[in-house]
Ligand binder design. Sequence first.
Ligand SMILES: NC(=O)c1ccc[n+]([C@@H]2O[C@H](COP(=O)([O-])OP(=O)(O)OC[C@H]3O[C@@H](n4cnc5c(N)ncnc54)[C@H](O)[C@@H]3O)[C@@H](O)[C@H]2O)c1
Ligand SMILES: [Zn+2]
Length: 375
Amino acid sequence: MRPLRTIPVALPGRSYDIVVGQGARDALAGLLAVRRFEAQSAQTPSAAVAASGVVIVADERVAEIHLATLLSALPPSPLVLRFPSGEASKSLSTVARLYDELAAARTDRDAVLITFGGGVAGDLGGFVAATWMRGIAYIQAPTTLEAAIDASIGGKTGVNHAAAKNLIGAFHQPIGVIIDTDFLHTLPARDFAAGLAESVKHAAIRDASFLEWQRTQAGQILDRADDVLLELIARNCEIKARVVEQDEREAGLRAILNYGHTIGHALEHLLEYELRHGECVSLGIVAENELAVRRGLLDRAVAGQLAGLLVRFGLPTRLPCALRIEDVIDRCRADKKTRGGMLNFVLLRGLADPIRVADVSPAEIHAVLSTIAPR
Ligand SMILES: NC(=O)c1ccc[n+]([C@@H]2O[C@H](COP(=O)([O-])OP(=O)(O)OC[C@H]3O[C@@H](n4cnc5c(N)ncnc54)[C@H](O)[C@@H]3O)[C@@H](O)[C@H]2O)c1
Ligand SMILES: [Zn+2]
């Protein structure tokens, strides 16, 4: 029996498990059966048409490679809705098309939706689940490292607006997160590395010993050795789950997960998705650490240690091309993490010691961005 790890996410009335490991997909049937039983028990006898089935919202490329394997773990004949791979699909127009397909298939509120793909599938499919008939149950089945360790956990769903990323969304917790590491082996190296940026983020804000583990296991991590992959994902899920449990709606603590993301999101928008989300987070971590160092909050040696690990993982620490610094600052302002016109950042005072600051000036951002400019 291959080892599976289960990480509970305890939320009032909405608790669920994250199941990680090789063959974790086999847990899907049980989860669906429990759900169907609950849905049937909640119905009046006259409406006992029962749960109508399963809808899969799948990234096209992931479906091409892995859908048959996923289907082999599911009850027969689910409705499969595909969308083109890439961030551009995280849009209201894709949502509208998916609604049309759900309507055509007469999908009712007892359906269970499974998101299958990376963070785009999870955010897009999760948003459809959050809004179809005012919310149906869904399961996250992430196939990228980014989605496995970050996007699939915590119930943040949504799509982009032309004005900024993730402007339209809803909190909607899944009924389970099934992370089958078998699916992760076909992920291109660049996408795998991009996910590692979130792993560095988690360790930096919560767990210095995990950072050290990543440093010593870096080679094995990049090789995706099964036992190391399981440990990597499970430890990240633990960190994310514990933060979400304490602050589901980002009223406070959860904001620490935005470390590296204020500048990261701005860069992501400006580079028109030429860089991966995780690559922008890597640049954001380096720039925001520099900000902390210049404020006298963070030891330069710690910033260097974090940058060293990002480089080891093949992540960028300098911009690929010149950007107008004013544009980056404007994008930081447009980000929804800005409140009352002030620029909010999560900065480190040391490993596992993040603080939120709300008084970062454009001049400070200007200064640190010049340190990650292309050589
Ligand atoms: N909701 C949240 O809390 C949260 C957190 C972090 C990130 N996100 C969002 O996640 C998105 C980024 O996620 P991502 O990096 O997974 O991007 P993605 O979903 O676009 O996947 C990256 C690429 O990998 C391909 N792919 C996926 N799985 C594969 C596999 N197993 N084998 C081969 N190819 C595969 C996809 O087709 C795609 O081209 C962003 O939109 C970001 O905003 C959301
Ligand atoms: Zn992120």
